[in-house]
Design a protein around this ligand. Structure first.
Ligand code: FAD
Length: 447
C-alpha cells in the first residue's frame, strides 16, 4: 500500500467482527473500503448464540473457529439447570478468517498499529507512516477506542481467563455464580477454557502483579483450579462509549457500546451494529446527517440501557449478598428493562428500507418497543389504519381485502402476527393513531 496516496471512500479503524463485517458489506455495496487493524495475538475463546451463527450464514460469511452447539449449564439462583446451547468460538481463528474473507471481497487490509484517527482530516494514521484517507471514517477499535466525554461506565470489573483445569463439574459450557463473582467454562479442543470475573478492587492489595492475579483467581474459584499460565486480563465494565454520533466517524460494535460479557450479546451487537454501516454511510455521504444521527443514536443508546438493565435483573436474580452482587444489582438504576406500553400506538421512527434510511410510521407495542414497520416485508401501519378499531376478518377475507397482491404465506404470517401481538382489533382508539413519541427510534425491516 503506497503510504501517502491511499484514498478510499470509507476507512475503518479496527478489524474485529464489527469493523470487518462493516467493511465487507460496504465493499459489497460498491464503496472502496480500507480496514486498518492490528490482529490480537492472544488465544481467546467466547460463546456464540445460535442467532450469531444465523447472521453469519445469512451473509455468506466464514464460520472458521466456530464449534458445534454445546449444551450450556447454568448454576445461578439455586440448583443448576440446562439452559440453551452455545457455540464456542476461537476468536483468533474466527476474526482472521473474517478479515481474509473481507480481503477476498475487495477490502483493502492494512495491518499494523493505528497511531491516530484524525477525524477532521478524514485520516487513519498507521505506525509505519501509512495514511489512509477517506470521505467517511468508522471507529471500530472495540474497547480500545477513545472514550467520549459523556461516556457511561458500569462497575469496575475484571475478567481473567485461560486454559486451566476445569473448575465446574460439567462438559460443554457452564456458567456459575460464586460468592464474589462468576465463572464461565467451555470445552475447547485445547482443553477447558476458564473465565473468572470479579470486582476490579479484588486486584488491589499487596504484592506484585502475578501474586495479585493468583489471589484474585483463588478468591473467585475458591481454590478449585490453578491460575492459567499467562492469563488474559481484561477490564470488562459495561460502557456506553459515545452516546453522540460524530457524522464524520460513526462507531460500531464495542467502540460504541461495550456490554457485560455475561450478557452473551457482545458479538451479536458487534455484527448487528455492522449491519447498519451501509444505510448510515449512504445517508451521511448524501448529506442526510439528521437521519443518520437519529437512527444511530437511538439504536446505540437503546441497546446500552436495555442490555444493562436486563443484566442488572439477571444479577438480582442470583439473590446473593456479596458486594460484587449488590453493586451490580443496583446499577444502572431501577428503571424496568422493558418500557411499559399499556396500549399500542403509532410513532415516527427512522427505519431501514432496502438498505436506505427513511422516516416512517411504525406501530409500538409491548413486545416491539422499538416499533414495527414491516411484518414479513409487508408495511404493517397501512393495514392497522385500514382496520381502525374493527376486528380482524378471518384469514380468507383478510388476504382478499388487505393483501391480495401478496403470497398466501406472507398474508398468513401477517394475520398470525396481528393476532399474536394483540392487534386483532386494530388500534384501540383513534387517539392512538397520533404520534406520541418525541424521540426518534429505530426499526429494521422485519424479515
Ligand atoms: C473477557 C470477555 C469475554 C467475552 N465473552 C463474550 C461471549 O462469550 N459472547 C459474546 O457474544 N461476546 C463476548 N464478549 C464481547 C465480545 O468480545 C465483543 O463484544 C466483540 O469482540 C466486539 O467486537 P468489535 O469488533 O466491536 O471489537 P473487537 O473485537 O475488540 O475488535 C477491535 C479490533 O480493533 C483492533 N485495534 C484496537 N486498537 C487498535 C490500534 N490502536 N491499532 C490497530 N488495531 C487496533 C483490535 O486489535 C481488534 O482487532 C466478551 C468480551 C470480553 C472482554
Amino acid at each position: 500500500m503506497d503510504a501517502l496516496e491511499s484514498k478510499y471512500d470509507i476507512a475503518i479503524a479496527g478489524g474485529g467482527p464489527a469493523g470487518t463485517l462493516a467493511a465487507i458489506l460496504l465493499a459489497r455495496a460498491g464503496y472502496k473500503v480500507a480496514l486498518a487493524t492490528q490482529p490480537g495475538s492472544r488465544a481467546r475463546f467466547e460463546g456464540l448464540s445460535p442467532r450469531v451463527v444465523a447472521v453469519l450464514r445469512a451473509h455468506d460469511l466464514p464460520l472458521t473457529g466456530v464449534g458445534p452447539a454445546l449444551p450450556r449449564h447454568v448454576t445461578w439462583d439455586g440448583p443448576g439447570r440446562a439452559q440453551n446451547v452455545e457455540h464456542i468460538v476461537n476468536r483468533g481463528a474466527f476474526d482472521q478468517a473474517l478479515r481474509d474473507h473481507a480481503q477476498s471481497e475487495g477490502v483493502g487490509l492494512c495491518y499494523g498499529a493505528i497511531v491516530a484517527v484524525d477525524v477532521p482530516r478524514g485520516e487513519i494514521r498507521m505506525g509505519d507512516g501509512t495514511i489512509l484517507r477517506a470521505q467517511l471514517l468508522f471507529e471500530a477499535r472495540g474497547r480500545r477506542a477513545p472514550r467520549a466525554a459523556q461516556a457511561q461506565i458500569g462497575p469496575a470489573t475484571i475478567s481473567l481467563a485461560g486454559l486451566s483445569a476445569a473448575v465446574l463439574p460439567r462438559a460443554g459450557a457452564a456458567l456459575s455464580a460464586q460468592p464474589e463473582g462468576w465463572i464461565w467454562q467451555a470445552e475447547t479442543s485445547n482443553g477447558p477454557w476458564i473465565q473468572v470475573v470479579g470486582n476490579a478492587s479484588a486486584l488491589a492489595g499487596p504484592g506484585g502483579k502475578s501474586s495479585k492475579l493468583a489471589r484474585f483467581w483463588a478468591q473467585i474459584t475458591q481454590g478449585a483450579s490453578d491460575l492459567p499460565q499467562n492469563p488474559v486480563v481484561q477490564a470488562i465494565a459495561p460502557r456506553l462509549n459515545a452516546p453522540q454520533m460524530d457524522p464524520r466517524c460513526p462507531r460500531l460494535g464495542d467502540a460504541a457500546v461495550a456490554l457485560d460479557p455475561l450478557s452473551g450479546h457482545g458479538l451479536f451487537w458487534a455484527l448487528s451494529s455492522a449491519l447498519m454501516a451501509v444505510p448510515v454511510a449512504g445517508a451521511l455521504l448524501a448529506g442526510q446527517q439528521d437521519l443518520a444521527r437519529d437512527f444511530y443514536q437511538a439504536r446505540v443508546i437503546e441497546t446500552f440501557w436495555r442490555q444493562t438493565r436486563v443484566g442488572r435483573d439477571f444479577y438480582r436474580s442470583a439473590a446473593r449478598a456479596g458486594s460484587f452482587w449488590q453493586t451490580r444489582a443496583a446499577w444502572p438504576d431501577d428503571t424496568p428493562a422493558h418500557p411499559e406500553i399499556p396500549a399500542p400506538y403509532l410513532s415516527e421512527r427512522v427505519i431501514i428500507r432496502g438498505n436506505r434510511l427513511e422516516r416512517a410510521e411504525v406501530v409500538v407495542i409491548a413486545s416491539e418497543p422499538g416499533g414495527a414497520a414491516f411484518v414479513h416485508g409487508a408495511p404493517i401501519v397501512p393495514i392497522l389504519r385500514r382496520l381502525g378499531g374493527n376486528p380482524l376478518p378471518d384469514f380468507d377475507q383478510f388476504h382478499a381485502q388487505f393483501m391480495p397482491q401478496r403470497p398466501l404465506s406472507a398474508a398468513q404470517a401477517v394475520h398470525g402476527w396481528l393476532i399474536h401481538r394483540g392487534l386483532a382489533q386494530g388500534l384501540p382508539s383513534p387517539s392512538n393513531l397520533e404520534d406520541r413519541d418525541a424521540k426518534p427510534c429505530t426499526q429494521d425491516e422485519a424479515a
